[in-house]
Design a protein around this ligand. Structure first.
Ligand SMILES: Nc1ncnc2c1ncn2[C@@H]1O[C@H](COP(=O)(O)OP(=O)(O)OP(=O)(O)O)[C@@H](O)[C@H]1O
Length: 218
């Protein structure tokens, strides 16, 4: 279980951005997070993954603080994959940085074998995003913070990515926090959803049943 307890955070001299926010993600659970631009969704995601340290409150995984070194069991996946890769590494080396995805897994995420010998600048944003998502699924990863990860993909590729992620998450029981402006997408993917506004989390009232295939209409 990933637990954020009473988190508060602000950047330097700015206004408080996150105010006493508590959130729990269970193994295998998909939770949605929406909010206006600048509301602090990415900041909350980074706090949950240990990229930022809260001024007050704590983030615990199974009751203990997140590890400072080694593989992060909570992976934050940003919207812009170009910022998350070494531009001097070939894509194959980037993909296998922490583990070796099988050919079947590469296929499921739409990763083409001929991309692997290229440098990241020679892939489209959507292609590189799929590399980054698969790279983040190393054994030992327990939770994913998926921060607008499908925004740059066309609708078909979006569905393929979410399908592949759902399947992998189900198999390995990792939990996912999906951050998006697309409330329809959140409704399809996440039975439980929150809205961040004024530094506080508000639960969206309607509880939806989990949808195993985001292509299926409700
Ligand atoms: N390193 C930083 N230093 C100072 N302010 C920052 C920093 N990073 C983000 N901010 C500010 O914090 C606020 C929240 O940013 P954040 O990226 O968390 O919002 P968001 O809800 O994810 O927005 P969007 O939907 O536009 O991606 C914004 O006003 C942003 O300008």
């Amino acid at each position: 279980m990933l637990e954020a307890r009473q988190l508060s955070f602000q950047f330097a001299s700015n206004e408080p951005l996150i105010q006493s926010v508590s959130l729990t993600l269970k193994a295998g659970e998909w939770v949605g997070l929406s909010g206006d631009s600048g509301a602090g969704k990415s900041t909350l995601g980074k706090l949950l993954a240990g990229y930022l340290t809260p001024q007050t409150g704590e983030v615990c995984l199974e009751g203990t603080a997140l590890p400072k070194n080694g593989l992060q069991p909570v992976q934050w996946l940003p919207q812009s994959p170009e910022l998350a890769v070494n531009p001097r590494w070939r894509v194959g080396k980037i993909l296998r940085e922490a583990w070796r995805p099988s050919e079947a897994q590469q296929q499921a995420f739409g990763v083409q074998p001929h991309w692997l010998s290229r440098y990241p600048q020679a892939l489209s944003g959507g292609e590189l995003q799929r590399i980054c998502v698969l790279r983040a699924l190393a054994p030992g990863v327990r939770f994913l913070i998926a921060d607008e990860i499908s925004t740059m993909l066309d609708p078909i590729t979006q569905v393929e990515l979410w399908r592949a992620l759902k399947k992998e998450a189900e198999k390995r029981q990792f939990g996912v926090l999906v951050i998006s402006h697309d409330t329809a997408l959140l409704e399809r993917l996440c039975p439980q959803r929150y809205h961040l506004s004024g530094g506080k989390l508000k639960q969206c009232s309607e509880q939806l049943e989990q949808c195993s295939d985001p292509l299926l209409p409700r």
